[in-house]
Write a protein that binds this ligand. Structure first.
Ligand SMILES: *[C@@H]1O[C@H](CO)[C@@H](O)[C@H](O)[C@H]1NC(C)=O
Ligand SMILES: *[C@@H]1O[C@H](CO)[C@@H](O)[C@H](O)[C@H]1NC(C)=O
Length: 340
């Protein structure tokens, strides 16, 4: 049932050698400022390499934004705290979602199908209804799957109790290995829910804080249990219409997208749509709503996706991703949510 998708990303030896390009002296001030803002410190040998990577990223960001200003793109990029990483390093470090190849419906997992009887609202934003905790930061750990799962559980908890309580990703990272998850090296959203179901609970973030690394053993404490789940629902694969109905009627829904491109890493604002995006999903996020933008006289539908790359990324930590256009970036391929 579960096919493990292993991404062996190698850093090309050429990149590790001394940088051939001389630093651009006109960027000296901007480099210093960026290092200060993000508290970056390097050894001397490393600084030359990091500076070269940062400059290259900055040039690509500027070129994209110049093209966006000409109307060639519907979104802007921005330099952020990932500016000193190559795409390969970035993907190796942060995209930790293991896609599932599902041939049959797994036991104990229900299927949510599109229904002709449901007329979803034109737009919905669960953030405004109090279902969504502040944006978190996974750090240099491939634990997106755990953040996506806690996001959906937090929404469900709010629905049941009216209380918004951040839940523990570290609990999922440390304790769900047996179910096929790999800590900071990737995992399955559905197996995170399965852990909570089997375990009979998940601790609060407050009682079991995030370390951004694999902890030493499982420290789940039932006395700090903040939430349960009793079953798992998978949204009809590849159907944005079903996903829309699920988000409209259930609340925040966990899903995965293809986040491997440079454009995704440095997304800043606007509605993301890129010909580089494929259907092969590798990064877990949380759908917290959808809407329509009327900018420039055209209507563009979008999903509102919560990320775990801190508020410095995207629109205060969120992305608007084009909706209803060929299941863009595979957004509806692996959507799932817990129930109680
Ligand atoms: C929880 O969800 C149900 C069903 O969707 C809804 O009727 C109810 O109003 C929600 N409760 C809260 C507190 O939002
Ligand atoms: C979770 O489930 C257990 C066992 O069914 C129950 O005793 C407990 O009260 C539940 N906890 C929460 C927070 O829902």
């Amino acid at each position: 049932m579960l096919a493990i998708f292993v991404t062996a990303v190698l850093i090309s030896p050429a990149l590790l050698g001394p940088s051939s390009a001389m630093p651009d002296r006109s960027l000296e001030g901007a480099w210093k400022e960026w290092k200060g803002t993000h508290a970056k410190e390097y050894l001397e040998e490393e600084e030359t390499f990091r500076r070269a990577v940062w400059e290259k990223n900055l040039q690509k960001i500027r070129r994209h934004n110049w093209e966006a200003a000409q109307g060639k793109h519907s979104f802007q990029l921005g330099m952020n705290h990932f500016g000193d990483l190559t795409d390969e390093e970035f993907n190796q470090m942060l995209n930790g979602f293991q896609p599932e190849l599902v041939t049959e419906q797994p036991k104990g997992v229900a299927l949510f199908r599109e229904s002709a009887a449901v007329e979803p609202p034109k737009e919905i934003d669960w953030r405004a209804k109090g279902y969504v905790t502040p944006v978190k930061y996974q750090g240099h750990c491939g634990s997106c799957w755990a953040f996506s799962a806690t996001g959906a559980l937090e929404g469900l908890l709010f629905n049941k109790t009216g209380k918004l309580v951040p839940l523990s990703e570290q609990n999922l990272i440390d304790c769900s290995w047996r179910l096929g998850n790999h800590g900071c090296h990737g995992g399955y959203i559905s197996q995170a829910f399965e852990y909570v179901r089997e375990n009979g609970g998940i601790d609060s973030e407050h009682s079991y804080p995030y370390l951004a690394r694999e902890g030493s053993g499982c420290h789940y404490n039932p006395q700090n249990r903040a939430m349960n789940c009793t079953s798992i629902v998978r949204v009809q694969e590849g159907s944005e219409a079903a996903l829309e109905q699920a988000v409209a009627t259930v609340g925040p829904v966990s899903l995965a997208v293809d986040a491997k491109s440079f454009l995704f890493h440095f997304y800043k604002s606007g509605i993301f749509a890129s010909s580089w995006c494929t259907q092969f999903v590798n990064h877990a996020m949380l759908a917290v709503g959808y809407g329509t933008s009327q900018e420039g006289g055209t209507n563009t539908d979008y999903w509102i996706l919560k990320n775990s790359w801190s508020e410095k990324w995207g629109e205060d930590g969120y992305m608007r991703l084009v909706k209803g256009r060929d299941n863009h970036c595979g957004v509806a391929n692996q959507a799932t949510y817990p129930t109680i």
